[in-house]
Design a protein around this ligand. Structure first.
Ligand SMILES: [Zn+2]
Length: 293
């Protein structure tokens, strides 16, 4: 059971990393009650948070939350909680005693700290560890706030809130769509290439279908089109092979009539040219050979 939960939390924090930019060390805002409860249950708060979040943790406490602890200093066991809280990094919330005679409620203070501008964003990527249900309820409406609380000495990380999951899902969808577009683009290129190669085949299929359903005149028209297309199709590959054949006779035709003779003559010509060039007898020597053959 415990291993299963640990696995779930690991997955959960990975989601926060991927979609909400969380990085170690995770900044965990704790409230007075959570610090107090961790002392009551003699839990190692730092170790517990690091086990839960599967990574290094920096615990922070706001000025208001530490004032909540001081306000209850006379309660049993509160001194240890205060001593512990003093070791955490103080998050300046700006609710100083000279301006605010009483500390703000955990809800008001943490709301201000996490979502300062009320945009529903966890800009500084805090993890909120609070025993206050109203705070957790509010934080579920802010996207990307991992929520932790202690339940009977067991540390619990809440599943992603709907809001957070939505943001993550839309980010994932956008990613998925862009990847789809990419792969579709590649596919299209590939398909285009195939279409170019198999155009004749696809056209034939269309024509067959048309022949089955259309009138004679339409058939004739189409048949003509077919022939034209087919001719073009046949002509397409043929010129490449024909041209090569044409080129040879064209080159050879410069000299004289028979093809067999022409094929032989240029070779002899070339040989004689090499020999003849120094001797200056190239033109007279070549002409008689061509006529002889
Ligand atoms: Zn405050």
């Amino acid at each position: 059971m415990r291993a299963k939960r640990s696995k779930q939390y690991k997955k959960l924090i990975q989601q926060y990393q991927i979609h909400h930019g969380f990085r170690e060390p995770y900044q965990v805002l704790v409230d007075a009650d959570l610090v107090h409860d961790s002392e009551r249950f003699t839990m190692d708060l730092q170790a517990g948070l690091e086990r839960t979040l599967h990574g290094k943790v920096k615990i922070m406490i706001t000025q208001c939350c530490i004032r909540h602890l001081y306000a209850r200093a006379k309660e049993p066991g509160m001194n240890r909680a205060i001593d512990l809280a003093k070791t955490f990094e103080r998050r300046r919330c700006g609710h100083r005693p000279d301006k605010f005679e009483e500390a703000l409620s955990t809800l008001d203070c943490l709301t201000h700290v996490v979502d300062e501008k009320g945009k529903g964003e966890n800009k500084h990527r805090y993890v909120v560890a609070t025993q206050d249900q109203s705070v957790r309820r509010y934080m579920r409406t802010v996207s990307g706030v991992p929520l932790i609380y202690i339940n009977r000495s067991v540390m619990i990380m809440e599943p992603m809130s709907e809001m957070t999951a939505k943001v993550g899902a839309s980010a994932e969808r956008a990613k998925f769509r862009s990847e789809l577009r990419k792969s579709a683009g590649e596919k299209r290129k590939r398909d285009d290439g195939e279409d170019d190669g198999s155009e004749d085949g696809s056209e034939n299929d269309d024509e067959d279908n048309g022949d089955d359903g259309d009138d004679k005149t339409a058939k004739d028209d189409k048949a003509e089109e077919k022939k034209k297309k087919k001719k073009f199709g046949v002509k397409g590959p043929n010129p490449l092979s024909v041209k090569k054949k044409k080129k040879k006779p064209a080159e050879g035709a410069n000299s004289t009539k028979p093809k067999a003779a022409n094929d032989d003559t240029p070779k002899k010509k070339r040989i004689r040219k090499h020999k003849a060039q120094p001797a200056d007898g190239a033109a007279p020597a070549a002409a008689p050979v061509a006529t002889e053959a």
